[in-house]
Design a protein around this ligand. Structure first.
Ligand code: LLP
Length: 438
């Protein structure tokens, strides 16, 4: 198992994260437990910022809060000077409750409700990433009603769909998000925004996918978008102040994963932006990105306690943990792969191949198939790294399982940032209808 950030093996042969012994964390806070290495999150934020500073371009790095959105995380992002991308009233509310400056918030989404738009407008967020004509019309109307100019970026689909290793140049056109560039829709949207009296068009946004290792998908995207913007300049006289190229930078989950560093992604993108703008005679826009996974993904580790095991002779040994698809939906949803180790016996030799099962009443609730571990015992603590992004964020209450607690660790201190859900929380919103309450 690859150790990330400040994770190391301590003198007792146990896993330590942020100077805290993982076995002690499990005992103190219970399991399953999400442990975030605060120094690692901050170092990722700084790596993106430093790379931009070196590029010499004006920039914003907006953390995509969908990857992991809690008040503590928003606060940390604020301290690091980043902006924040939200995609719902819930994420927006979390950020505002944490005191995150509204003007550094960008609001995404393909179907923002009127209530969400009003909330965002009235709190004075930095900009909307407008997804469709319906939204543009509503934003214009709501802006007029308030006598406000609404900052908008137009989400466009450049026809690049990037997957982990390869990119397909046409797929993304068929997407529920954004204005299609190829059919002329995106140009029409620019025209619409320019004519709308309460809209202030900042530029364009695109996002080509997630967990992307190679830089060439981003390079191709920038080339396409800038050539489109040159067309917009020629036809409509519009020159963007902002070019947002989204997120999607990959991280390490398992052997064979080969992510680039934040610096490498930024450099490839920034260099292409400079070159293409020069070639198309466009003024250099501010360059914005929206990393989510690459900021928090490998800073998070989930700790589970091992319980039952089932061995089918000659076939497989199932080892069950006290969590599963309720705290990590990714294996069930995307066949995502993870590494793991026994946090209480990191130096023991691997002796058996087992499969890690969750505790949900569903056969598909498997966290890891065929992993080599020392001989496991009930009570062992299983550590699964790289669960910081889209783990807690997608946690759910299937089987009425309470969601785990979350701690931030740093320099030997652990602080609870999200409490463990209690059984009483699970029935908090339930109401007994009078007719069956006899
Ligand atoms: N910007 C936009 C517009 C996005 O849609 C996303 C992710 C991001 C930024 C951040 O992407 P990142 O840097 O985190 O890759 N639940 C899936 C990932 C869904 C990503 C959705 N959009 C997973 O667990 O892999």
């Amino acid at each position: 198992m690859l150790l990330h950030g400040t994770s190391r093996i301590d003198e007792k042969g146990q896993l330590e994260i942020g100077g805290c012994n993982a076995v002690e964390l499990a005992a103190e806070f219970g399991t399953p437990l999400f442990v975030y290495d605060e120094a690692q999150i901050r170092s990722k934020c700084r790596a993106f910022v430093t790379a931009f500073q070196e590029s010499g371009l004006a920039f914003q790095v907006a953390y995509a809060s969908k990857a992991f959105c809690t008040m503590a995380m928003c606060k940390l992002i604020e301290e690091e000077g980043l902006s924040l991308d939200v995609v719902s009233g819930g994420e927006l509310y979390t950020a505002l409750e944490a005191g995150f400056p509204a003007e550094r918030i960008h609001f995404h989404g393909n179907n923002k409700s009127i209530e969400e738009m009003e909330m965002a407008l009235d709190t004075g967020i930095g900009c909307f990433v407008a997804d469709n004509f319906y939204e543009l019309g509503l934003l214009n109307q709501l802006g007029k009603e308030r006598g406000k100019q609404v900052n908008v970026l137009l989400r466009i689909t450049p026809g690049v769909e990037a997957h982990t290793h390869e990119y397909i140049s046409t797929g993304q056109q068929d997407s529920k998000f954004g204005f299609d560039m190829m059919s002329g829709q995106a140009l029409e949207a620019i025209q619409f925004a320019l004519n709308a009296e309460a809209l202030h068009l900042l530029g364009t946004h695109c996002h080509i996918g997630s967990q992307i290792f190679e830089t060439n998908g981003f390079v191709l995207t920038v080339e396409r978008v800038i050539s489109f913007l040159a067309e917009a300049k020629a036809k409509l006289g519009f020159e963007p102040a902002v070019l947002n190229v989204g997120g999607g930078f990959g991280i390490y989950y398992v052997e064979g994963d080969t992510p680039r560093t934040p610096g490498e992604y930024v450099k490839a993108i920034a260099t292409t932006v400079r070159r293409e703008c020069e070639e198309h005679d466009l003024a250099l826009p501010e360059l914005w990105i929206e990393p989510g996974r690459s900021i928090v993904g490998d800073a998070g580790t989930t700790l589970y306690r091992i319980g039952s095991t089932k061995e089918i002779p000659g076939m497989r040994k199932y080892v069950a943990v006290d969590g599963g698809m309720t705290d990590n939906l990714r294996p069930a949803l995307y066949q995502a792969k993870y590494e793991a180790a026994l946090a209480n016996r990191m130096l023991d030799e691997a002796e058996e191949t087992v499969s890690i099962a969750g505790k949900c009443c569903e056969s598909g609730d498997m966290l890891i198939w065929d992993i080599q571990l020392p001989k496991v015992r009930a009570g062992d603590i299983l550590a699964v790294p790289s669960t910081g992004a889209y783990g807690y964020a997608m946690a759910n209450n299937y089987n009425r399982i309470a969601r785990p607690a979350v701690v931030f660790v740093r320099d030997g201190h652990a602080e609870l940032v999200v409490e463990r859900e209690q059984l009483s929380d699970l029935v908090r919103l339930d109401r007994l209808p009078k007719r069956i309450n006899l």
